[in-house]
Design a binder for this molecule. Sequence first.
Ligand code: GDP
Length: 303
Amino acid sequence: EALEKGLEKTKDSFFSKISKAVIGKSTVDDEVLDDLEEILVTSDVGVTTTLKIIERIENRVAKNKYLNTSELNQILREEIQALLEENNSADFEQFNYSGKKPYVIMVVGVNGVGKTTTIGKLAYQLREAGNKVVLGAADTFRAAAVDQIKLWGERVDVRVVSQGMNADPASVAFDTLQSAVANDEDIAIIDTAGRLHNKVGLMNELTKIKNVMQKVVPGAPHEILLVLDASTGQNAIEQCKQFTQATDVNALALTKLDGTAKGGVVIGISDQFKIPVKYIGVGEKMTDLQLFNKKDFVDSLFK
Ligand code: GDP
């Protein structure tokens, strides 16, 4: 299925490295653990999360001195699964918007990470599920961003509110929500500018958009979705730090998993930030966005 295919590169690189590390070894010894640590770090799991995983495996080795290397994959799988479960965030259910109308999703992230594509895919899914969806083109900093979102609107047959390039993003967001209310629409997805110029600037801009939204829909935005490009590995972790400091991100979308061997970043981000990974992007087509499920993810990785 799509998830397995999407994780192919990560899987191949990960497991071929592990197989190499255990060649000629029958038990999991310090050397194997050192190699495993390096493999996890180079698969972009991140140092902090890697050390947690290694410690868990060390504990198991301490209990069973002659742990066979043939069991290593299974043990690793169990410990990664357990670590993801400990991240107090539950997996999302599809379209459970519990009566908030319009349900407002504000989408943030730097340019090029796949923000527009993710919005398009999401609009498609939500509309297919029977919701009335509207998009707000509040990334008014780049002409291309407004055009792209309009194109996606046409492609997936969803209404787009736009005031063109250089318009005030807050004003576009306001318009979008006002017309969503007037049109009795279920879900409004607001694109925002992907500039990470400086922390205060970003914070002010996002706060302004949020405040304006609340004038129309109290409690909005219900979801602040941060889009990150998984193929950038540690950069994605850095962007996650910056955006979570600037605003209350409460859901993550990790894109481009299909093109990268850095899928381990999903494990690292999920562990470090305690913000649920809600979606993963596994291709460029409008159907290539999946709800993230921890168990499915680990199963696919180890299949
Ligand atoms: P934005 O600048 O953040 O809005 O980025 P775009 O949405 O324009 O995406 C940048 C490029 O990444 C485009 O060529 C997309 O087709 C591509 N892209 C986005 N998501 C994915 C994904 O999950 N997988 C792959 N392979 N490509 C993606």
